[in-house]
Design a protein around this ligand. Structure first.
Ligand code: GDS
Length: 264
């Protein structure tokens, strides 16, 4: 294995070298243009795109509507991340990190923002009292798996997905490193789902919802080109059983279609 690249003393931003996301990535935060976000008439305003992280918000709201919570009505606004909508002033106001999904809760007297998909799921689960046990070991188990998912997604998306599918050059070391970690994460889930119907126990929770949008897309072969074959998805039998079960939930079916996009 060899590399001709010797890092300079101080890194400088080379705009021409951004690969598939050259138009999106910058080494600084903050807005690049002034534009307010649209606001609809429902209690929740969701600013998102149908990627794995974006789907978490719309699936959760559709699950709530499916349970009969009419107070969970929402407006879904498309944020085109390849066109830089996440860097408009209105979006940065609700998510200083410029990533979808972000949401504004307008159900009370004062609207407020919620960003980070895990925070959105927790906020809605607590507000409606579903999909998150309220105390004790069951709650701890659910939050453990939820944070496991949010913490591991960068290795799958930014690591494996990027270097296997999007990087302008195929780097064996990077692909090996992140394929290994992605397979390890699938094995973590597979072992857990061999002993438990859902990640946090017998009940479906926001931990399943969050993990499903990533693992389901990859398992079904809908993300990162030939990744399902490359990563031998057939080895994860229990993940497959769980993906199939969650695929069939009506709220999940609808939530996946909102602002749909290719799994990124
Ligand atoms: N932790 C956040 C959450 O859970 O809400 C992550 C949110 C997130 O990743 N949102 C993506 C986004 O808005 C769309 S989901 N990107 C706009 C941008 O980057 O400007 N995420 C890893 C993770 O979840 O931690 C990814 O890999 C996403 N990929 C999956 S699509 C990125 C890159 O170069 O990799 N800048 C673009 C691709 C990307 O965002």
């Amino acid at each position: 294995m060899s590399s001709e690249y010797v890092p300079p003393k101080v890194w400088k931003w080379d705009k021409a070298n951004g690969g598939a996301f050259a138009s999106v990535n910058r080494p600084v935060a903050g807005p690049t243009s002034e534009r307010e976000l649209p606001v609809g008439k429902h209690p929740f305003q969701v600013y998102s795109l149908g990627t794995p992280n974006g789907q978490k918000a719309t699936i959760m709201l559709e699950e709530l509507l499916q349970l009969g919570f009419s107070e969970a009505e929402y407006d879904a606004w498309l944020i085109k991340i390849f066109e830089g909508d996440q860097f408009t002033s209105g979006f940065v106001d609700i998510n200083p990190n410029s990533k979808i999904p972000a949401m504004v809760d307008r159900s009370g007297p004062e609207p407020f923002r919620v960003f980070e998909s895990g925070a959105i799921l927790m906020h809605l689960a607590e507000k409606f009292g579903v999909f998150l046990p309220t105390s004790g070991p069951a709650r701890a188990e659910c939050l453990s798996w939820l944070f496991w998912q949010v913490g591991s997604a960068p290795f799958i998306g930014g690591g494996f997905g990027h270097f296997y599918n999007y990087a302008p050059i195929k780097i064996e070391y990077a692909i090996d490193r992140y394929a290994m970690e992605t397979k390890r994460l699938f094995d973590v889930a597979n072992r857990r789902l061999a002993e438990s119907r859902y990640l946090a126990g017998d009940e479906y929770t926001i931990a399943d919802l969050a993990t499903y949008t990533w693992f389901g897309n990859i398992y079904r072969g809908e993300a990162y080109g030939e990744a399902a074959t490359f990563l031998s998805m057939h080895e994860y039998e229990h993940v497959g059983r769980w993906v199939g079960e969650i695929d069939a939930r009506p709220g999940v079916l609808r939530g996946r279609l909102v602002n749909s996009s290719k799994g990124l």
